[in-house]
Design a protein around this ligand. Sequence first.
Ligand SMILES: Nc1ncnc2c1ncn2[C@@H]1O[C@H](COP(=O)(O)OP(=O)(O)OP(=O)(O)O)[C@@H](O)[C@H]1O
Length: 264
Amino acid sequence: MPRTSPKTQPRSADPAIRFDDLTLGYDGHAAIHHLSGELGRGTLTALVGPNGSGKSTLIKGIIGLLKPLGGSFTVSMDQTVAYLPQHSELDRSFPARVKDLVALGLWQRCGLLGRHQPEDRKKVSGALTAVGLDGFGDRPLDTLSGGQLQRARFARVLVQDANLILLDEPFNAVDEKTIRDLIALIQGWRAEGRTVVTVVHDLDLVRSSFPEALLLARRPIAWGPTAETVTPKNMQRARLFQEAWDDDAPWCAPAIRVRPGRAA
Ligand SMILES: Nc1ncnc2c1ncn2[C@@H]1O[C@H](COP(=O)(O)OP(=O)(O)OP(=O)(O)O)[C@@H](O)[C@H]1O
C-alpha cells in the first residue's frame, strides 16, 4: 500500500514504482517536488488534485518524457507501460480507421509500419468487442462521437497488454454510461493484477471506484486508501498549497507559504 513517508513505511520488496524525493518540472522550475513512496503492484490509484497541481507532470515523468530535476524514481524492471494521454483532437483528425488507431498499440511488437498477422487482427477485433465497438473497425475516426473515440483509445491500451497502465483524465467529456463501461474495464485490469494510475477530477467517482488515491498540490498532500486521503480536510490543504505555490520560484526553493497552524 502506498504511503507518502518511506521513513515510516516498511518498504515492499518489489513495488511497481518507487519514488525517492522526486522533483519534476520544466525549464528548471519544479512543477511537483518531494514525492517519496511506493506504488504497489496490482493497485488501482486515482491521481487527484487541483488544476495545475502536477498530475500530468507526474505521469509524463513516469513514462520518461521529463527527466527528474532532483531525486529519482525506479520503475521495476519487469513493468511494461501503457499510457493514455489526455483526450486530443489530434486522434480524431488522424486520417485512419478505428482499427488502425487500435493497432498502433501493437507497434512495440510489430513496428510502426509492420505487417499485422492474423493473431494481431484478432487482438484488435477482440479489443474492439471488449470496449463495445464491435463492427466499428472500418469506420474513419472522424465519424466517431467523443465517447466512441475514447472507447477506441481504451482498445489501443488493451492491445498493449501492459502491466502498468497510466491514464490521464480518461473520463473527460464522456457520458455516464461510457464512464461506467470504462471503469469496468479498469477494474478488470486491476483484477488481472495490473497496476493502474488514473488522473480523475470527479471525487465522487474516485470515492466509489478507486481504492487508493494520491492527492497532489505540487507535492504529495496525502497518499493511501481513498477514504483516508480524499477527505474535506485534505482537499482544503491541497487547495491552500496550490494557491500558495510560486511558479517563478527556483526549483525546490521553499516556495510554499501556508498560514500558521496549517503546515503540512
Ligand atoms: N510543457 C510545459 N512547460 C512549462 N510548464 C508546464 C508545462 N506543462 C505543464 N506545465 C506547468 O506545470 C504545472 C503542473 O501542470 P500539470 O499539467 O502537471 O497539472 P495538472 O495537475 O495535470 O493540471 P490539470 O488538472 O489542469 O490538467 C502547471 O503550472 C503548468 O503550467
